[in-house]
Write a protein that binds this ligand. Structure first.
Ligand code: TYM
Length: 333
């Protein structure tokens, strides 16, 4: 019999839609890397979620994009010997549990989901999958009896509804899922767009100056940061940095290490030009080894696939153990 759990289980994931950006790295992946040695880690490439906006994905490229994201996890420092890194669609139990949870989740709860509202805006037709997206996310998390979900601030509502779904499921069927807690960065839980410091940096912006991609070349990074929106002042005021300057300092802090105070002091009183150059230097130096490792991993696709296959088996064994009990609890085979 398995003994009591000594480590907390962490689960998180990223959609393979478009190129990952600094928000994904700072808000999520860096947190995973920092926490990796302390926990039992499961990191997923959530390709089933990517299907919820079929107009936005390139179906022909989706398989390759999923491998890109998996390779980026490793390139950023997730160690496949310490963490399970797998593709969501390779573990069929995610879709199975999502269906069961669909059946127990009241539509009233779903109608309150803010991401559905923002993501469905401007879409000609919206699939039911986009509406049910948070339930698939709940399935991802609950399947592994996750304790902690390290994510950006924008995912808070999704983790909260996961707790509610778990509680409702237990009320209906008497089966106990571990209640997950959100974990966010103290600095960097919400990285803003370079073109608009009031809007979250996101993969879906059409403005080429909006986000820095993890695979952007040095000259592109410098150009994007040089054009980042600040404010009408000219020098950094550590006491009261405006939203744009605060965002640049957040990015610097993530790459330079050290404390937030150190980041503030490093640039206090300096002109915005010097700030942007300083941030660009830190980002370029930080992304260089990630990009190098990424290209090396992507050039050995067979090895990457083998690692993902082994991880998917490990994830599936755990998912299957949960599903045996869940199926019995709800009365299906
Ligand atoms: P996705 O693919 O939109 O984003 C992946 C991760 O990056 C974080 N993030 C940010 N953090 C800080 N600043 C930003 N500007 C920024 N933009 C994105 C997100 O918060 C996220 O942590 N629904 C999830 C994927 C998912 C998932 C899960 C996450 C599916 N199942 C289970 C955790 C657990 C999403 O859309 O991520």
């Amino acid at each position: 019999m398995a003994g009591p759990k000594t480590r907390k289980t962490i689960f998180s994931g990223i959609q393979p839609t478009g190129v990952l950006h600094l928000g994904n790295l700072i808000g999520a992946i860096s947190l995973w890397v920092r926490e990796q040695d302390k926990h039992d880690n499961i990191f997923c490439v959530v390709d089933l979620h990517a299907l919820t906006i079929p107009e936005a994905i390139e179906a022909k490229r989706l398989r390759a994009s999923s491998l890109d994201v998996a390779a980026l996890y490793v390139a950023c420092g997730i160690d496949p010997d310490k963490s399970i890194i797998f593709l969501q669609s390779q573990v069929r139990e995610h879709a199975e549990l999502a269906w069961i949870l669909n059946c127990v989740t009241p539509m009233g709860w779903m109608n309150r989901m803010t991401q559905f509202k923002s993501k469905s805006e401007g879409q000609e037709s919206v699939g039911v999958g986009l509406y049910a997206y948070p339930i698939l996310q709940a399935a991802d998390i609950l399947l592994y009896h996750t304790d902690l979900v390290p994510v950006g601030e924008d995912q808070r509502q999704h983790v909260e509804i996961t707790q509610d779904i778990a509680q409702r499921f237990e009320g209906l069927f008497g089966y106990h899922f571990t209640r997950p807690e959100i974990m966010v960065q103290k600095v960097g839980a919400r990285v803003m767009g370079l073109d608009d410091p009031e809007a979250k940096m996101s993969k879906s912006s059409t403005n080429p100056r909006h986000a820095i991609g993890l695979l952007d070349e040095p000259a592109v990074i410098l150009k994007k940061l040089k054009s980042a929106k600040t404010d009408s002042r000219t020098a950094v005021d550590a006491e009261d940095p405006g939203a744009g300057v605060r965002n640049l300092l957040t990015i610097y802090h993530a790459f330079a290490g050290g404390s937030w105070d150190e980041a503030l002091r490093r640039f206090d009183g300096q002109g915005y030009g010097a700030l942007k150059t300083g941030v660009a230097e830190a980002v370029i130096a930080g992304l260089e080894p990630i990009q190098r490792r990424f290209h090396a991993l992507r050039s050995e696709e067979g090895e990457l696939m083998a690692m993902l296959g082994r991880s998917a088996e490990a994830a599936a064994a755990r998912a299957e153990a949960t599903m045996r009990d869940v199926r019995a609890a709800v009365g299906i085979w």
